[in-house]
Design a protein around this ligand. Structure first.
Ligand code: GTP
Ligand code: MG
Length: 171
């Protein structure tokens, strides 16, 4: 068949936000793992959509590994940024990391689509995607196309909408 276009995506966000869980859920059922552990450093994952073949740099969000992120910025053509919508205490930390990311020389003036997952929507006290978007001041992102979806990494709810958007931005 036709060869799908290859895209490199950076998956970023604080530790415990659900990055690895989401990426795992985007793989075909027979390629998914059942025990997900905190990422050490980073891991390279692959999944396909109807028209694209994604290579994802699934980065650890732990503080001590966040300085690794920038080494991969040049490689990335798009960003998936995951937020734990129930982690109100660390929303400001997520905001700071996002600002640092978007102001980085290797990111700043590039047209890189940014897909936000307001993850853990299933938890009782999680914030809505609109609220998360306000707390992160996403309306200030003027130089990149961005989109936010509420998601549940465990069931996969919301993931398709996000990936469809990303695919549309890239193809
Ligand atoms: P690091 O690799 O440390 O940066 O974390 P991560 O962002 O990759 O998070 P990970 O996927 O390891 O998930 C952290 C925890 O959150 C795990 O216990 C997951 O099962 C849980 N989790 C992920 N997504 C969801 C979700 O949508 N809802 C709920 N309730 N739990 C989730
Ligand atoms: Mg992880």
């Amino acid at each position: 068949g036709l060869k799908k276009k290859e895209v490199h995506v950076l998956c970023l966000g604080l530790d415990n936000s659900g990055k690895t869980t989401i990426i795992n859920k985007l793989k075909p059922a027979n390629a998914q793992t059942h025990d997900i552990v905190p990422t050490i450093g980073f891991s390279i994952e692959k999944f396909k959509t109807s028209s694209l073949s994604f290579t994802v740099f699934d980065m650890s969000g732990q503080g001590r590994y966040r300085n690794l992120w920038e080494h991969y910025y040049k490689e990335g053509q798009a960003i998936i940024f995951v937020i734990d919508s129930s982690d109100k205490l660390r929303m400001v930390v997520a905001k700071e990391e996002l600002e640092t990311l978007l102001n980085h020389a290797d990111i700043k003036h590039r047209r890189m689509p940014v897909l936000f997952f307001a993850n853990k929507m299933d938890l009782r006290d999680s914030l809505s995607s609109v609220k998360v978007s306000q707390l992160l001041s996403l309306e200030n992102i003027k130089d990149k196309p961005w989109h936010i979806c509420a998601s549940d990494g465990l069931t996969g709810e919301g993931l398709q909408e996000g990936v469809d958007w990303l695919q549309e931005q890239i193809t």
